[in-house]
Structures are given as C-alpha cells and as structure tokens.
Ligand binder design. Structure first.
Ligand SMILES: [Zn+2]
Length: 313
C-alpha cells in the first residue's frame, strides 16, 4: 500500500500526517503557523516536520494543501491572503514544491486547501451517495471547494475559484477582507473576521472566535444574537453559491465549524426563504452537515490527489 506525507498549511496552524492509500491516517502532527517569519522559515519548518514524521516510515508521494491563492501546476503560492510577514507584508511568489521535492526526492503536489478539503470529503467524508458537494472550511479564512457530479470545479489554468471573495455586501466598510476589498464572504464569516465585524457593528469589545463560541455555549445573549446575524449572512453566501453550483450537500469543517449548532437551523430557515423559487425541478436547497472528518479533510484530500499524480483531477 502506498503512503503519502501530507501537509495542511492554514493561517493559524500547520498540520501534517502520513496517510495510506486506503485513507488510513498513520500519524499526525500539529503546530502553529509563523507566517510573520516569512516563506523561507515556513519551508524549513515543513522539511523539519517531514523528516521527523518519515524517520521510521517510508513514503511514495508528498501532498501540500495550503491557504491560497496558489498555482497548483507550477507549485507556487501567490501572495496568500492569510500568510503575510508581520501580518501585512505580502509574500509575493513562493515556489513551495521545488525545495520540498528536493529535500525528500518524491513527487510533490501543491493544492489549494479548499480543493483538497472537498476531495477529502468526497473520498472519506460521510456524505452518502452525494456527487455534488460543497465544502466550507471556517477558520482564519473561509475555504470553499466544489465538486459537481463527481468533478472538482476549477477555473482558468487549473486555479481554484476564489469564491469566498464573492461579496455579500460590497459596501460594508466594517468588514474589510484580507484580499483588500470589503464585504466578501470571508470578510464576514471566518472565525477571525466575524467576531471583529460584529464588535464594530454593535460597538462592543471584540472577542476571538474561540471566546465568541464559548460565550454562545454559555448562552450569552450577545453571542447568541451574533449567531442569528451570522446565520443570515451565511444564508446570503450559500444562496450565491447554490445558484452557481447547486450542491446536494454542504459540509462544514474548520475550527469555527464548532459553531454549527448555533447557525445551522437559522441558516436553513433563511435559505428556504431565499431559494423558495428554486425548489421545482432541480431543487437548489442543499442539506447542511457538519464534517465527520473535520480537521483531516484537507490532509486526506491532498493525499488522495497526490496518490493520483501525475494524472490531475
Ligand atoms: Zn476578499
């Protein structure tokens, strides 16, 4: 059986694992992302982690799932939205694949984390027979990947469609986005951005995503009302995505998806209203689910894609 060394690079955390070609995860590792130290430090860290994980385990391929934007064919990061030196300086173009390939002498694939996550969900997620699925990863940013009738959706030159930068309210100055614009899906709905936006809107002190979630669990009114507003914004986002992709299922993962119980029912109610004209013939109303593979979706998906090198999805 083949084995892959895989990485998942997010704005806050780096996860790594050894994954077998039957989907079994042999070992995992997690650490903080120090994007403030720049891209060279990230590459050194990936090599260090990889050497550690492969000390007693052989590998056939390497898969790197990363926050985008990136060029999966050339293996370059391109000014990633949530990876910046000192939190503000753009990284420019970073060749991530060549130094990793050189260090391990194995075929290496770089893929957008949202694309990897939705492939992971189709492969190992608990989504029944669904072949048209959307995965929404709620973390530092918002990652959105789509599979329509079994096929991963891409845009020109194999790039990942950056649909989390579709605006919900393009004129909302209280919701600045890492991409430089305002009011994107990501600017409102990520675990970092929503508590900040909601604090500005209500004139309160901001909380972290984790604190906001803890307050909701303690039935705090501020957080519970926040999630009612969050549900409405989520429904606007899903409405836009549903009319493009018409997924049967939308599956949520990422650290802020723990808030699913606080937004799922209200989001569904708002969506039923927004999509009420689109239920006949092809029903555009998707089922909303919490991921069963959660944090592992990106790792599993990029492993699956690396096992299929050089044929690309
Ligand atoms: Zn944006």
């Amino acid at each position: 059986m083949k084995q892959a060394l895989v990485f998942d690079i997010g704005g806050t955390k780096i996860a790594a694992a050894i994954v077998r070609s039957n989907g079994e995860i042999v070992t995992t590792f997690k650490t903080s992302t120090h994007s403030e130290l720049g891209p060279e430090a990230l590459i050194h860290e990936l090599i260090r982690i990889g050497k550690e994980l492969t000390k007693n385990l052989s590998i056939d391929v390497i898969g790197i799932s990363s926050a985008g934007p990136l060029d999966p064919i050339k293996g370059h990061l391109i000014n990633p939205t949530n990876l910046k030196t000192d939190g503000k300086k753009n990284w420019g173009l970073v060749d991530l694949v060549t130094p990793i390939k050189d260090a391990f002498q194995k075929p290496t694939l770089l893929e957008n984390d949202a694309a990897a996550a939705v492939i992971g969900e189709l492969w190992m997620g608990d989504l029944g027979s669904a072949q048209s699925i959307l995965s929404i990863t709620l973390g530092t940013g918002v990652g959105i990947g789509a599979i329509v009738e079994g096929k991963l959706q891409r845009c020109r030159q194999g790039f990942h469609p950056e649909v989390s930068h579709i605006p919900i309210h393009a004129l909302e100055k209280l919701a600045p986005c890492g991409c430089g614009n305002f009011g994107c899906i990501e600017a409102f709905l990520s675990g970092v951005n929503f508590p900040q936006y909601y604090a500005l809107k209500t004139g309160k002190q901001p909380f972290s995503g984790k604190e906001f979630l803890e307050k909701a669990i303690q039935k705090d009114d501020y957080a519970l009302n926040g999630f009612i507003h969050y549900s409405e914004l989520m429904a606007f986002a899903i409405n836009s995505l549903a009319v493009i992709y018409s997924p049967e299922v939308i599956v949520f993962s990422g650290s802020f998806s723990e808030a699913f119980p606080f937004f799922a029912d209200n989001t569904k109610r708002y969506l039923e209203h927004l999509l009420k004209q689109r239920r006949a013939g092809l029903d555009f109303l998707p089922t909303l689910k919490l991921s069963k593979i959660k944090d592992h979706a990106g790792l599993l998906g990029v492993a699956r894609m690396a096992f299929h090198l050089p044929q690309r999805h």
